[in-house]
Design a protein around this ligand. Structure first.
Ligand SMILES: CC(C)(COP(=O)(O)OP(=O)(O)OC[C@H]1O[C@@H](n2cnc3c(N)ncnc32)[C@H](O)[C@@H]1OP(=O)(O)O)[C@@H](O)C(=O)NCCC(=O)NCCS
Length: 156
């Protein structure tokens, strides 16, 4: 059974391992942009993130071991001249350990995030995905996500 729950400080070493896997996925796809191996947050930053209800992190345990995580951020821009005040739940990071992929754990994490967002009356769930990560794009498409905006570049 896939058990999704809020992450605790004890999970930090395991979350750091998963963050390396995300970074290496990006590093393999765009070594010009992503250092590898690296983690976007260190242990001290993770403690702050885990303690903050505005940045909930969920983990999925399989047989007592954390197999994946989903980082979320509550976002709302209030009083902008053009943007409405909608409340958005932004998925900052999602990863399933490579040994556990293809078993529905990413889906269980995503569903949990959607249920959480609905329970708090968020308008939408958003995230960014790199074009060099086609597997993640396929996963998000399978979850029903649609492109909202497109980041473009021309390398010089
Ligand atoms: C993307 C990721 C989270 C998917 O997790 P997962 O546990 O393997 O996904 P699931 O087994 O729950 O798959 C759910 C659905 O997505 C589809 N899917 C998942 N990965 C896919 C892939 N690489 N190619 C095609 N489809 C894929 C599955 O077929 C499944 O479809 P279904 O519901 O119709 O059966 C995982 O591959 C991962 O951690 N990748 C590395 C880190 C990463 O890229 N994170 C995202 C950064 S933006």
């Amino acid at each position: 059974m896939n058990d999704v729950r809020r992450a605790k400080r004890d999970d930090i070493p395991r979350i750091l391992e998963l963050l390396v896997q995300v970074d290496m996925t990006h590093h393999r796809g765009r070594p010009d942009l992503f250092k590898g191996p690296a983690t976007k947050y260190n242990a001290a930053q993770l403690e702050e993130i885990l303690d903050d209800d505005a940045t909930p992190v969920f983990v999925c345990e399989v047989e007592g071991k954390v197999a994946g995580h989903a980082f979320c951020v509550h976002k709302q821009i209030v009083g902008d001249s053009v943007l409405t005040d909608v409340k958005t739940l932004y998925i900052d990071d999602i990863c399933v350990d490579e040994a556990y992929r293809g078993r529905g754990i990413g889906k269980a994490l995503y569903r949990h995030v959607i249920d959480y967002a609905k329970s708090l009356n968020f308008y939408n769930v958003t995230l960014n995905v790199w074009s060099c990560n086609p597997g993640a794009i396929k996963f998000y498409e399978a979850m029903g996500l649609k492109p909202q905006k497109i980041g473009m570049e021309q390398i010089l």
